[in-house]
Design a protein around this ligand. Structure first.
Ligand code: PLP
Length: 646
């Protein structure tokens, strides 16, 4: 057999394809992150160990600010290049929709790195607007206001305009027009307006229903005409500067994008004839992320590149406007997923491995009189490549029989347990033998699924990867070390929640989805760390407190020009106290109740006075601890700690 290499390991997990150049493996076999194209790397495994030593427990959400910077640069480059190549007279203006990730440190990074190119922000609700109004102080950057708007929302947006923010209020519902005009009158302010159209053409992928005539947002053609009429009556049609549409996120197919573009560019040219003030063409979001690296129109993938997307957008607008002999508008994108998905990586430790076969006791020859068990055991001894299919079928029958006889009281618990052990050892043997068959029968193929090990990991799918649970979205997962060792096991991942949905059992693959993840054997004295990638868009804010697992510790990292890793920020995750308070438990009441219970127990003599003191201390310490399962790390200082606490 050929030797195992770190390159083979990267291929196995597909990291070269879905990683977009941000992830690699070093000579130690550790995963490295390359935040920008300058070749500097961060060893994620060593950084995790360093943070754990400093008391920042895993699961840790790493945010790489450099990746955000690089995504902004790439998107900008894609459009400026396309514009240059096409000789397009208009400009590109990026806008980040903050609903994708509203964390202040993330929005800060976006603003910091977007300043040079006047990257704008888009909001879709009053709370989002209130956050952005105070922070977005660049008068050159757009501040787009989408979503349902009450009069509070509209008024605040206009106050922002008065303070010099480049606010554009986008009309999504016909009823908004009058409210907007009335409030503008009252405040005596001139504003820019956008119109959100509802294209008939749809996107492609999970969110394709966000487009089409039944879409939740946007004006139908007849409604656009009514809106313009109303504006005209009040002499304000010159306030309209922007046409907007958004046909859903993660559009997987370039053909769908082109179709929508054809419809929208026609709409733009017609509207621009009616409203010569029009100067912004806003294509919304939808620019996809290739989560599985397959470059197909599979829901977790995309069949085009960012550069191709930019070229198609620029070309479509250019063709339509030159045909209609209209001035070229500036091009606005609201890509959110494509800017933030890559920057966040969740690292989590494996708490325990349940191995289907090795976790069971060794088997031994049953006593003569136990007929069923003996038959099963004989099969285990006698199974060969030739008879493995037949023995597989027989074993299933015997297994049923064992269950029936257990239910009727014919078999003891010990006998059933012995049968179970022999059965799984037999299955393991059949799996190995069947690999030599020329044609693998379908049911033996399934055996592989049943023989997957379960890796219990300290994280919550519901908190950290809700889209995996809610819509079957795939996120790449792989170990952050041991890449110089060939993974010998196949596993599925279970989280710490008491919910059978709290697991990852489908994994990215080039051709299909894999129902197992190749994983390593782990020594008793080491902690095995895995990471989920591309979790920077939508996951954090959609995540919930299922089982009261709270926010993860989040650490912002970058690497400076000397290659030194810099910790820019540490945002501590929730403590037990915080999540309990969130669901209305008053921590001081809880402490008092616990105190009363310990006092009573001490008075009655059930525990000693010293124990009472210790119980109180333990309760308080646990209340202020991280909500996640603590994987005990064998380090020098943890040994010292263990001596103290136990
Ligand atoms: C959600 C949303 C976006 C972001 O879409 P992505 O697919 O993440 O780029 C952009 N614009 C509007 C109006 C949205 O609602």
């Amino acid at each position: 057999m050929e030797g195992w290499t770190t390159k083979k390991s990267l291929d196995l997990y597909g990291a070269q394809r879905w990683g977009d150049g941000y992830f690699g493996v070093n000579d130690k076999g550790n995963l490295v992150v390359r935040p920008s194209a300058n070749g500097q790397e961060i060893d994620l495994f060593e950084t995790t160990q360093m943070l754990v030593r400093r008391g920042i427990e895993a699961p840790v959400l790493f945010r790489f600010d450099g990746i955000i910077r690089n995504r902004i640069e790439r998107l900008n480059k894609a459009f400026t290049t396309a514009i240059e190549q096409a000789g397009y007279p208009g400009k590109y203006r990026g806008v980040f929709p903050i609903k994708v990730n509203q964390q202040r440190h993330v929005v800060d990074a976006i603003q910091r790195y977007g300043r040079a190119t006047n990257l704008g922000l888009e909001v879709g609700s009053k709370p989002e607007l209130i956050a952005v109004l105070a922070l977005q102080d660049n008068p050159e950057a757009l501040l787009l206001c989408n979503g349902y708007k009450d009069s509070d929302y509209i008024e605040l947006a206009m106050l922002g305009r008065k303070l010099g923010r480049r606010v554009v209020i986008i009309i999504e519902q016909l009823s908004e027009v009058k409210t907007i005009l009335d409030i503008a009158d009252k405040l005596n302010v001139e504003i820019e307006l956008g119109i959100r159209m509802k294209p008939i053409a749809r996107g492609a992928g999970h969110w394709e229903n966000s487009g089409g005539e039944q879409a939740k947002f946007g004006l139908r053609t007849a409604e656009i005409m009514v809106a313009l009429e109303t504006l005209k009556e009040r002499g304000k049609e010159s306030w309209v500067t922007l046409l907007h549409y958004h046909v859903g996120s993660q559009i997987t197919s370039i053909t769908a994008i082109q179709k929508v573009l054809r419809e929208a560019t026609r709409m733009y040219t017609e509207l621009a004839k009616l409203c010569p003030s029009m100067k912004l063409f806003d294509v919304g979001g939808g620019l996809a992320v290739d989560y599985d690296g397959s470059r197909t129109n599979f829901p977790s993938s995309m069949n085009y590149t960012m550069d191709e997307y930019a070229r198609d957008v620029v070309d479509a607008i250019q063709v339509a406007c030159s045909e209609a002999e209209l001035p070229a508008p500036d091009i606005v994108t609201e890509a959110g997923r494509a800017l933030t998905a890559h920057h966040a990586v969740l690292v989590f430790p494996v708490a325990e491995i349940s191995k289907v076969v090795e976790s069971l006791p060794q088997i031994e020859k049953p006593k003569k009189k136990q007929k069923t068990l003996t038959r099963l055991y004989d099969m285990y001894e006698e199974v060969t490549v030739k008879n493995c299919q037949e023995f597989y079928n027989d074993a299933l029958v015997i297994r049923d029989e064992v269950l029936q006889r257990f239910i009727t009281g014919d078999l003891s618990l010990a006998e059933r347990a012995a049968a179970d052990s022999i059965y799984w050892h037999l299955m393991q043997k059949i799996k190995i033998l069947s690999a030599q068959l020329r044609h693998m029968p379908e049911d033996l193929e399934k055996l592989n699924d049943n023989l997957r090990d379960t890796y219990f990991c300290s994280f919550s799918v519901f908190q950290s990867m809700p889209d995996s649970w809610a819509i079957g979205q795939l996120f790449p997962v792989m170990p952050i070390h041991k890449h110089n060792i060939e993974p010998s096991r196949r596993g599925v991942l279970c989280d710490m929640s008491c919910d059978s949905d709290g697991q990852l059992d489908t994994f990215v693959d080039l051709k299909d989805v894999k129902n197992y993840l190749p994983l390593h054997d782990v020594r008793d004295d080491e902690t095995y760390y895995l990471a989920a990638f591309l979790v920077g868009a939508y996951q954090e804010i959609l995540g919930d407190l299922h089982n009261l697992f709270g926010d993860n510790n989040a650490v912002h990292l970058d690497v400076n020009e000397d290659g030194k890793v810099e910790v820019l920020n540490v945002v501590e995750g929730d403590t037990v106290r915080e999540v309990l308070a969130y669901v209305q438990y008053n921590p001081s009441n809880l402490i008092t109740q616990w105190r009363i219970a310990t006092e009573k127990a001490a008075e009655s003599g059930a525990i000693t006075d010293r124990e009472a003191a210790h119980f109180q201390k333990r309760y308080l310490a646990a209340l202020d601890s991280y909500t996640y399962y603590q994987v005990f790390e064998e380090t020098e200082d943890s040994q010292a700690k263990a001596g103290g606490v136990r």
